[in-house]
Design a binder for this molecule. Structure first.
Ligand code: ATP
Length: 382
């Protein structure tokens, strides 16, 4: 990503702000606050975060459905919104198509007419024969050709979702904006359609900005994830960067499951070092992963240690010798899941969740050795 130049980005937003005034009081809330990111052309780019963190507002500002209160947005190198330049291009003049959460399918129209709508009245219109050819080809691609003459209300949830996607793609947008498009579907269909959606995105090569609060969806589908919290960006990275090297307690906790143990930096860190020793209630924990701290950490500085359950090894019996990252623990609960045992252990007052070997046969009350893999132990500064 570092080697890209401005023209490699389909969308760039910088220092975007949006405030809302509550109707029942004069209170002003910042829905998005100083949000900046750049979306590489052709990529699948996800805004992930809990309800109310500002994902939809960001998407609506991109679409031009909401006017921001500050910052800049450009698409294909052209400014579409600039607070300083008093520019705010209307939604229909932006090179985007948006699929809202509710799909926005018209119930009084047949499937064909729903899909054909943008080619009749949109940015780029076509004569009837060409329109028909394009719509039928697209319906074929999304597996809906046999439904072309049905009323759209006769489609299942998954089929409606495909129709909404077909209609958006027929607009030939530079950027496709998808707001929680799978949230109305049941769990099985969601996982089937997320694979389909990703395959369509790759096939069409359309830059896609996807909003979800589902971390599993974000990890499975995205090239890049932006994790948002309370209107601000917590971290931007690839799915594995976000999962393996979260930069804050919030990200560690929101994406996947994490053990978070508060501590302090044990010794001053020489500059350029890639190891932090932390003093925690477990004992000394060595962390070989961390994001660049805001300032060089000093001994005694508060921090947290983060380790995923799959990077904690649990062995029968108390440890024969101590040492960093090896601690005596006691099993609280153990569940056999076929491929592993999910074990909850206590080390002193600290409770840890670990994925142990399926054949460990751990039982509540067993003494065990708990080992945190330093290569996967992350030091968090906030
Ligand atoms: P969800 O996943 O629940 O849709 P979200 O992350 O998309 O949440 P937004 O809908 O962007 O969050 O809302 C961000 C904040 O802005 C919330 O606190 C919300 O209450 C507030 N907000 C959004 N739209 C408005 C509005 N039209 N008027 C007042 N406040 C609003």
């Amino acid at each position: 990503m570092q080697n890209l130049v401005a023209s490699d980005y389909a969308v760039q937003i910088s220092n975007l702000e949006k405030r809302f005034t509550r109707r029942d009081s004069a209170e002003v809330s910042r829905a998005i606050d100083d949000v900046s990111f750049a979306v590489p052309r052709g990529s699948f780019f996800t805004l992930l975060g809990p309800s109310g963190c500002g994902k939809t507002t960001t998407l609506r500002c991109l679409a031009g459905l909401e006017t921001a209160d500050g910052g800049e947005i450009s698409m294909n190198g052209q400014s579409v919104y600039s607070a300083a330049g008093h520019r705010d291009i209307t939604p229909d003049a932006r090179p985007i198509a948006m699929v809202p959460q509710s799909y926005g399918i018209w119930p009084h129209m047949k499937v064909f007419d729903n899909a054909a709508f943008p080619l009749r009245y949109g940015r780029k219109t076509y004569p009837p024969a060409e329109r028909k050819r394009r719509v039928l080809a697209m319906l074929e691609q999304v597996g809906l050709s046999e439904y072309a003459d049905r009323w759209s209300t006769q489609l299942s949830g998954g089929q409606q979702q495909r129709l909404a996607l077909a209609r958006a793609l027929l607009c030939e947008p530079e950027v496709l904006l998808l707001d929680e498009p799978l949230s109305n579907l049941d769990a099985k269909l969601r996982s089937q359609l997320r694979a389909e959606l990703r395959a369509f995105q790759q096939e069409f090569g359309v830059t896609t900005i996807y909003v979800t609060h589902d971390q599993g969806e974000a990890l499975a589908m995205s090239d890049t994830i932006v994790v948002m919290n309370r209107g601000r960006i917590e971290q931007i990275g690839t799915p594995s960067e976000i999962y393996d090297a979260p930069s804050s307690r919030f990200v560690a906790d929101f994406v996947g499951s994490a053990n978070l143990v508060p501590g302090v930096v044990d010794r001053p860190m020489p500059s350029g070092t890639r190891v932090v020793d932390a003093k925690t209630a477990l004992g000394t924990v060595r962390c070989e992963r961390f994001s660049t701290p805001p300032r060089p950490p000093v001994a005694g500085q508060e921090m947290s240690v983060c380790i995923r359950p799959e990077h904690i090894r649990v062995a029968a019996g108390a440890p024969e010798s101590g040492g960093p990252n090896r601690f005596p623990g006691r099993v609280v609960t153990a569940e056999y899941l076929g491929d592993r045992q999910e074990v909850v252990v206590t080390v002193g007052d600290v409770t840890l969740r670990a994925h142990a070997d399926a054949h460990l046969n751990a039982r509540a009350g067993d003494d065990v050795t708990v080992a945190l893999d330093p290569a996967w132990t992350v030091a968090l500064w906030s």
